[in-house]
Design a protein around this ligand. Structure first.
Ligand code: FAD
Length: 307
């Protein structure tokens, strides 16, 4: 069996693998797609000490770093169940195989919820964005829309209003759902327009980049257009934890509940990164968190088994 088995090969999983392997313990990492969300990212400019890089390049660097160590890398493996046992924890894979370990670090990440309108997929990274911390500066002085009036949408609109020229916030419901304090802040900003009861129907472009957005005014049924250069979709981040439902304690958003050392509700099972309750979903945070969970797992091992 593995001493530490990591499930998920994004920044959190890669950092956990390096930290575990450096303790000289038997380490494995099983992931569906090594690199994770970073593979879908264009420019990365906020991983401190790396002024700028590209997602696929960063993903390759993660894998190369892990390969410096004696880590059993199992790629294209999707976990379907975690079964705790008295001695060992079992991870069952979709392939039918099963892996056993003394401790597990779950780093299966998350995915942005898509709005599924024409143009969203086509213009992804060409004006359609999901992460204001990451891509906000690319729209300096330009016009953008934020779709979604929950906390993340309103926070994104406030954040972007300080960078871009103009923000149109679009909410499907008749009112915003964000905290009142955020709504007050939002309404105090001169370069923000709030549209409620508005159903986004299409993200339009010129073949190269986004040029506008169409929506239906749900009170009148009228179709309307806004000209703009960017659209931030902020209708939720979904953790990849469906396979853990009923096993690990999850928050109401499906995030794995962890303590300060990354310990979950099951002894010996740790978790890190976007799949967890740790706030602010970013590469550097996920990587730091993965390191922390691996050290948490090591701490657990030296306390629970003979060396
Ligand atoms: P992920 O990167 O999501 O990795 C999860 C891993 O788990 C993957 O290997 C996946 O294949 C695997 N996995 C999932 N389910 C299973 C399963 N059942 N079994 C086995 N493996 C599984 N952050 C920044 O800091 N800067 C940026 O510029 C930036 N830009 C972004 C742009 C885009 C388009 C996106 C989508 C995100 C961006 N982010 C950015 C956010 C950043 O990518 C994430 O915060 C970070 O990747 C989270 O790392 P993670 O390891 O927790 O999860």
């Amino acid at each position: 069996p593995f001493d530490v088995l990591i499930v998920g090969g994004g920044p959190a999983g890669a950092a956990a693998a390096v930290y575990a392997a450096r303790k000289g313990i038997r380490t494995g990492i099983a992931s569906e797609r090594f690199g994770g969300q970073v593979l879908d990212t264009m420019g990365i400019e906020n991983f401190v000490s790396v002024k700028e890089t590209e997602g696929p390049k960063f993903a390759l660097a993660l894998e190369e770093h892990v390969r410096q160590y004696d880590v059993d890398i199992m790629n294209l493996q999707r976990a379907k169940a975690l079964i705790p046992g008295p001695e060992l924890i079992e991870i069952q894979l979709e392939s039918g195989a099963s892996l056993k370990a003394k401790s597990v670090v779950v780093t299966t990440g998350a995915r942005w919820r898509n709005i599924n309108v024409p143009g969203e997929h086509e213009y992804r990274n060409k004006g359609v964005a999901y992460c204001p911390h990451c891509d906000g500066p690319l729209f300096k002085g330009k016009r953008v829309a934020v779709i979604g009036g929950g906390n993340s949408g309103v926070e994104a609109a406030i954040d972007l209003a300080g960078i871009v020229g103009h923000v149109t916030l679009i909410e499907f419901d008749t009112k915003l759902r964000a905290d009142e304090v955020l709504q007050r802040k939002l309404r105090s900003l001169a370069n923000v327009t709030v549209l409620v009861n508005a159903q986004t129907t299409e993200i339009a472009g010129n073949g190269q980049r986004v040029t506008g957005l169409s929506y239906k005014d749900r009170s009148t049924g009228e179709a309307k257009q806004v000209e703009l250069e960017g659209v931030f979709v902020q209708i939720g981040l979904v953790p990849n934890t469906e396979w853990l439902k009923g096993t690990l304690e999850l928050s109401r958003h499906g995030e794995i509940i962890v303590d300060a050392k990354g310990q979950t509700s099951i002894p010996g099972v740790f978790a890190a990164g976007d799949a967890t309750t740790v706030p602010f979903k970013q590469i550097i945070i996920a990587a730091g968190d993965g390191a922390k969970a691996a050290l948490g797992a090591f701490d657990h091992l030296i306390r629970s088994s003979a060396p």
